[in-house]
Design a protein around this ligand. Structure first.
Ligand code: FAD
Length: 597
């Protein structure tokens, strides 16, 4: 059976040393995040993840969710108890607004907790994860009365949230959606339509579910400019917040899918259901994007979290499994064979995953810190810069992390040979679970287009320039340090590849938009590699300083330095390939007529 140990030590290293969050102690939320508090939170989350949620992971995969003849849906055995413990620990409201019952702690802390929960049980994590996204959207656009009515019960864990965009004929192109909203005399709306693939669409974990539904009004344009956002409760909610009658919302079926079986992915039927408009009419997509941005960072975290748990299990196996002899002579002379961790090809796979995981953890938590700073940084300029950076990094974190997360899960599986393909070891579940994160919350192809088509040119390239400036400002003072050259030079070269590719896109994307489309995914990979390189360079610097000051009693920083060396010699070198793919343009991608394939 697979196991999981939350990487608390590494998370603390990122928060305390790489991001040095204590320097923000004067800012809202951070004042309460003292080192002791942060450590206690992470240790509590680790215990929950390891002891309560991880043991439910294989059960959830095997038994899945059930739709009963009366239309109700139940989650796998144990999920309800696990959720009750999750609620009792106050985990839903960790970084939510205290005004509505949250604890107001930084997102940098709740994101770290999310990693553990997802690693332990990704299907389970999606229930509270979507609720957090729904709360974010309601917070951003709903009226004060609506916020007071709907948010506190969600933070208390009595109700949950979902997001309903996708319909049978449209997922990416939401302008095509057909769900209708008819205005009623009392100010509510009647919602009619079918939504598919709705995560956590129905379940037995809470007494109510707050569906956020995109629909069109009769007099709205029949395109993306005519979409509004509605709250459609499973059980209607009276003005005083008490539960009313059951709403005309039903589950058509539970989708049979490749992974995340413990999450109920539902076909949802709205048959004249009562809905409440939130935000402005026809501005629903904008509101939903607020929810999706939070959700995209969370999905990026799924890539890292699955990669981490897959790595831990592959590593344990590689240390135990005896096959063959090391190329340089026996390492386990007393035994008939050496553990497979001696083989360079097994090492290559483990090092690829380890180097990703630790760099990605730093980048993910930096992204979460930027979410906080966009809100609470001391000056408008600092808030603007944080907002720009997180906007730029969101598609990178979602797209790059989930591409690598899936690849890493298959590499971890490969370390187990045939046993990796056998259910008992758990690796095949990680591979299946990881796959969806590349698809939902906007496919990775759409993330790449968002990066190249929107985020790069936005405000005259302000976010991209701020990103490059940060890296240059970090590198410049280190240019003359020979001991840092092994990190400085590869990062400088990778940044050069990024800048060259950006320039090429700016020139050639205008001439032919297909050039931007064809180069978008390699460009996203390129920016992901540079972003992780930035994190690894910071980590290497800290590790060098700790070792020089004799502050590395357990060899933690020496291991970081060795892993940084792997990243800069074996991983970041891929930027040259990605740049070449960007600069190859669209000509040969688009050369064949559709019928010639
Ligand atoms: C398990 C699961 C859970 C989900 N949960 C939810 C949920 O909770 N709520 C919800 O609303 N939806 C949910 N979805 C739906 C998911 O977000 C969509 O499947 C996804 O956005 C893609 O939409 P689609 O399936 O219609 O694919 P399509 O939009 O038909 O895309 C097909 C392919 O074409 C590409 N493509 C499409 N348009 C373009 C373009 N303009 N440029 C370049 N490439 C393009 C896509 O990248 C993709 O590779 C879920 C899906 C699954 C499988």
């Amino acid at each position: 059976m697979p196991s999981y140990t939350a990487p608390v030590r590494d998370t603390l290293f990122v928060l305390n040393e790489v991001l040095d969050i204590q320097r923000y102690a004067a800012l809202r939320g951070y004042a309460d995040a003292t080192p002791d508090v942060v450590q206690a939170i992470l240790e509590g989350a680790a215990k929950l993840a390891e002891e309560v949620l991880q043991p439910l992971n294989a059960v959830g995969d095997r038994l899945g969710c059930t739709r009963h003849p009366d239309g109700s849906v139940t989650t796998p055995p144990g999920f309800k108890g696990g959720f009750d413990e999750y609620v009792a620990g106050g985990w839903i409201g960790l970084s939510m607004d205290p005004e509505y019952g949250g604890q107001g702690l930084p997102h940098a802390i709740s994101a770290a907790v999310e990693e553990y929960v997802i690693s332990a049980n990704m299907a389970f994590a999606m229930y509270p994860g979507l609720t957090q996204g729904a709360i974010a959207a309601i917070t951003a656009v709903a009226s004060e009365e609506q916020k007071r009515r709907f948010i506190p019960p969600m933070i208390e864990g009595r109700w949950m949230g979902t997001m309903n965009l996708t319909e049978p004929h449209c997922g990416t192109d939401l302008g095509l959606l057909r769900t209708r909203a008819e205005p009623q005399a009392d100010g509510s709306y009647r919602i009619t339509g079918t939504k598919i693939f709705i995560s956590s669409g129905d379940h037995d974990l809470t007494e109510n579910i707050i569906h956020l539904v995109l629909a069109k009004l009769p007099d709205s344009p029949d395109n993306v400019k005519g979409i509004s956002l509605f709250i459609v409760p499973k059980v209607d909610v009276n003005e005083d917040g008490s539960l009313g009658a059951a709403n005309a919302v039903s589950v058509g079926s539970i989708e049979e899918k490749m992974g995340i079986h413990g999450n109920a992915t539902c076909v949802m039927n709205y048959d004249g259901a009562t809905g409440y408009l939130i935000g402005e009419k026809d501005k629903g997509l904008r509101a939903m994007f607020i929810m999706m941005n939070a959700a995209r960072l969370l999905v990026g975290m799924q890539g890292l979290a699955i990669s981490e748990v897959a790595y831990q299990n592959a590593l344990a196996y590689a240390r135990e499994r005896l096959q063959g002899r090391a190329l340089t002579g026996p390492k386990n002379a007393a035994g008939k064979a050496d553990p497979i961790i001696v083989h360079p090809d097994v090492r290559r796979m483990l090092m690829d995953v380890k180097a990703f995981n630790e760099g990605a953890r730093a980048l993910a938590l930096w992204g979460a810190l930027l979410v906080d700073l966009a809100d609470v940084a001391a000056t408008p300029e600092d808030r603007q810069e944080a907002d720009d950076l997180v906007g730029l990094l969101t598609p990178v974190i979602k797209g790059f992390f989930t591409e690598r997360g899936y690849l890493n899960a298959t590499n971890a599986q490969q370390c187990l040979g045939g046993h990796g393909y056998i259910r008992e070891w758990g690796l095949e579940q990680f591979v299946r679970d990881a796959r969806i994160s590349m698809i939902y919350e906007g496919t990775n192809g759409i993330q790449a287009l968002d990066l190249v088509g929107r985020k790069l040119p936005m405000n005259g390239g302000r976010a991209y320039k701020a990103f490059c400036k940060l890296i240059v400002a970090f590198l410049n003072p280190l240019a003359a340090e020979p001991a840092f050259a092994e990190f400085f030079l590869p990062l400088q070269k990778a940044l050069g590849d990024l800048q060259a590719a950006t320039g090429w896109l700016a020139r050639n994307g205008i001439v032919n938009p297909d050039n931007a489309g064809a180069g978008s995914m390699p460009y996203l990979q390129l920016m992901g590699l540079v972003s992780l390189g930035f994190m690894w360079a910071k980590i290497a610097k800290l590790a060098q300083e700790a070792i020089a000051a004799d502050r590395d009693p357990d060899g933690f920083h020496a291991t970081k330095l060795a892993t940084a060396r792997y990243y800069f010699s074996h991983v970041i070198v891929e930027t040259a390939t990605q740049r070449a793919k960007v600069e190859a343009g669209a000509a040969h991608v688009m050369a064949l007529a559709a019928e010639a394939f």
